[in-house]
Design a protein around this ligand. Sequence first.
Ligand code: ADP
Length: 622
Amino acid sequence: MTFKNEDNGHNVLNEIFGYSSFRPGQLEIIEAILTKRNVMVVMPTGAGKSLCYQVPAIYSKQKTIIISPLVALIDDQVTALSQLGVKVSKLHSGMSRDENVDQWRQFASGASNILYMSPERLMQPRMLDALQRQSIGIFVVDEAHCISKWGADFRTDYQELAQLKRLFPDAVVAAFTATADKATRADIVDKLTGGNCEVFVKSFDRPNLSLQVSPKQDFKAKLLNFLLERKGQSGIVYCLSRNETDQVYEFLKKNGFNTISYHAGKSAEHRRESQNRFMTEDAVVMVATIAFGMGIDKPDIRYVVHASMPSSVEAFYQEIGRAGRDNAPAETLMFYGLQDIVKRQRMIFDGEGSEQHKLLEYKRLEALIGYCETTSCRRLALLSYFDESVVNCGNCDNCLHPPDMQDVTNLAKLLISAVKETGQYFGVAHIIDVARGADTAKIKARSHNQIGVFGLAADQSKPVLQSIIRELIAVNALKVNLEKYGALEITDKGSRILRGSETFMAKVLSKVITSTAPTENSTVTPAILENNQMLLVELKKLRLALAKERSVPAFVIFSDKTLIQIANELPTSEEEFLSINGVGKTKLKAFYKPISDIITLFIKSTGADARTAEHIAVSDQL
Ligand code: ADP
């Protein structure tokens, strides 16, 4: 089966999902599934994978099984589809036996043709028997990387899915994942389809995410500034430990933020409740460890902040990937300091695993330090890690405010000398004390006030010296020896700088910036017109009320992007309302009345008109 000429899938896209066009890649994948070709799709989070399997299932009406590892993911997708008027069933352990029986009957009788479930439920012999009598057309395997031992989240229950191709030879298998390197991809293809499969890999670039890194000095003040500027928005602040999570949570609460905390030390009840609040409330800050995030499908997360450096580029990419899934501008900000590098190195050093494995982990960490310390485009640094090349992005701190570089060879030499003259036995804090000529007991006890470099950098602040040491570590001129409790050691490159055979350039520290609000270059969504801001506030209130009435998250009613378009375009007829991106027939029926009431009131009270000169000028530019 393929699309009929007059339709080509746009009817489902327009009428059910309310979107005007497919995103790059979606149509080819949908066509492949409809023409019975197995597919394996690697697309970054937020790229729109779900639509790639939901459209063929809805369009072709074939019986479709969607396998997903998490109850929360299943619930979210089923709720969202139900709100669009699509009949869909689910089976999972969070529901009563009667509910499960009822859902199964709905699917078996043909009242719905889409069934969501977990892999362990699917692979039970009774279930497989029952499904073989149902002539299943499509198996969708979501989070397919869980099938591979090479992948980051191997799950034994996924392994059994390798039997599907033998048990259901006539069905199409469509596998989807956001994280799979080459080895993992090959493994997925082999296990699920025996090699008989088309592979689609979509770029990992997420141009709507702005990238910013900030040194950790004055962390609290910087964090507060950042969040105050974004008070009406929802976001996540990731912390390194439970302790840091609790501290940041208390700090933000004291400062009047609507804040939630989440980590593995909290009770199951607290975590469920926190997750629920994050999904349903507007303008909320989630402070959490990485225990929070997998399966979080909230499209309007506007920022992800890392209070400390994450473990690797992969982890960082996955965590920031939770922001801006609606493709509207979203921001990322990572704080990092010397302590983070040492802590992360220690975690690897103390961790389990072979030397080989640890070496790999150090390399991964090095790549992340490289991202933090780069003075050129950050996106370039990030994507080159995934073997992708891009041109300078114009949407990271370095592109927006290129750092001024200066020759700091003399200061670098002085610090490296301090390391050398103290026997390569001391950590950052002591080296800086020596260089600045501090009066500490440790310096006196070791007579470090007698060495040549003592006090030669007395005119420099601690943050400046810390920054230079960080950059020396990033370029591998100094290294931290964990066996010697974090002592700094000099590498060959460091020796060359010390001898004067290499110069050393570094960022001018005073140029550190605290905000990269999205620029014109980065905007994927038109911004709200200034005169219509109040209307947007009213529309958001209405959205929250509608969401509460239906016990669904706010974004299931409408995304931010859709609300902004409504507030800018002031649709006053059903036809105009339908032309808004994100409004299909079901949502037109459900929400046209309350929304048009608010718009009419707004037009009356302000004299605004969708066809004012200003508006026409803006639409003409878009
Ligand atoms: P993924 O599963 O790849 O992480 P989703 O399927 O959750 O991403 O999609 C992310 C967001 O993008 C959702 O809000 C979805 O409705 C939206 N989306 C997907 N395809 C389109 C499209 N063609 N036009 C507009 N929005 C889309």
